[in-house]
Design a binder for this molecule. Sequence first.
Ligand SMILES: NC(=O)c1ccc[n+]([C@@H]2O[C@H](COP(=O)([O-])OP(=O)(O)OC[C@H]3O[C@@H](n4cnc5c(N)ncnc54)[C@H](O)[C@@H]3O)[C@@H](O)[C@H]2O)c1
Ligand SMILES: [Zn+2]
Ligand SMILES: [Zn+2]
Length: 419
Amino acid sequence: MANNRAVTFMGPGKMEVRDAGYPKLADPKGRKIEHAAILKLVTTNICGSDLHIYNGRFEAPAGMLMGHENTGEVVEVGSHVQHIKKGDICSVPFNVACGTCDSCRDRHTDVCLRANEDLGFCGAYGFNLGGWQGGQAEYMLVPWADFQLLRFPDKDEAIEKIRDLTLLSDILPTGYHGCVEANIRTGSTVYIAGAGPVGRCAAASAQLLGASCIIVGDENKARLDLVKNAGYEIVDTSSATPIPDQIESILGKRWVDGAVDCVGLECHGNGPDGSKKNEVESVINTLMEVVKPAGAMGVPGVYTNMDPGAPNSLNKQGKMALDLPKAWVKSPKMTAGQCPVMRYNRELMMAIIWGRMPTLTSMLNTEVISLDDAPKAYETFGAGAANKFVIDPHNMTRLAGKSLRDSAAARPKATAGTR
Ligand SMILES: NC(=O)c1ccc[n+]([C@@H]2O[C@H](COP(=O)([O-])OP(=O)(O)OC[C@H]3O[C@@H](n4cnc5c(N)ncnc54)[C@H](O)[C@@H]3O)[C@@H](O)[C@H]2O)c1
Ligand SMILES: [Zn+2]
Ligand SMILES: [Zn+2]
């Protein structure tokens, strides 16, 4: 039986590649599950959400296998799996979801009622949410495989476009969801807080949705440069000029139609001393300030009551000091939580396959690395590198372009075969 080398969380600041043993068709409590599949990982990305765990800001048990942004080739299926076949290359939505509970039927796979037995809802791989092990590994288990897996129509095309398709397991649907919840549509103006990979995916999503003025704020100059080079507007949150003033100098107005939090609980404050301020509420308060009356806010940025490193006693209790009383009179609307990836991933896959997804590859600045390079990449990404790190455990992306068919001929077949 094959081993399974995997990026393993050993405590804050400590990621190690260890052999975790080949996965079994069994749930986190050890019960056999025939609706599951085993995948050989093609790509598995490091995310800002992983950094919260790495930085000790989202509690997780030592020994947990990391990785919720997974794409893989099916190598084994349980006896109840009917439609997914060995050899399929599939994107794995980061939310674990059963497909039959009330939440799943409501397209809320972010809060599946069967994927996290201890909490009662909300499961994810490699995230201390339901005990499902992550996929920054050679192999991983995916339960409810027929429901969960998004099969790519053409294997050669999947490898050719893997740098964009690998984003479908999380950050592209997440950026898109943030914009949808901020009510971004044709002609909308939007402020996106955070120029990390999620913020950059949100900018591209806003463009796809038809937004007019797309403004991204951060203090990280290298990340802002990627945004600017892709043709979007930028705001420097470390400037002495307040953010509404910077927005006004771009837009002629101090308000935007919608705003998206792509930062979360590890945000810094605004202004020249912002980096020294370890705040939890800074971004949400900024959003409430810059959004127009009756505007909307999408909050995919992660917040938690499992934050031992929280900066003050209020935050340690899982609470924050919101300016809601000040903003209340503007009739704000806000949606927070995990992105229900399955609500968007098939459509976004089609947008990528047909070349409709703007500027992703260059703006994400993707760096493909080996499994052994992953612990170092956690350090580099955590220090603010302007890359998206994509782990390729079996060196499969080297096959890109090696056996491609004529793409014009392949496309109609590919779309017809989509689930
Ligand atoms: N809800 C979901 O389903 C979901 C999915 C994926 C990621 N996330 C979350 O989205 C957030 C972003 O992820 P990422 O991978 O881009 O993370 P990241 O850490 O790479 O990027 C965050 C960026 O925010 C910037 N920032 C910090 N404070 C700021 C402020 N006050 N204003 C503007 N920018 C500020 C940082 O400089 C950094 O560039 C994280 O909280 C992550 O956990 C949520
Ligand atoms: Zn992620
Ligand atoms: Zn469910």
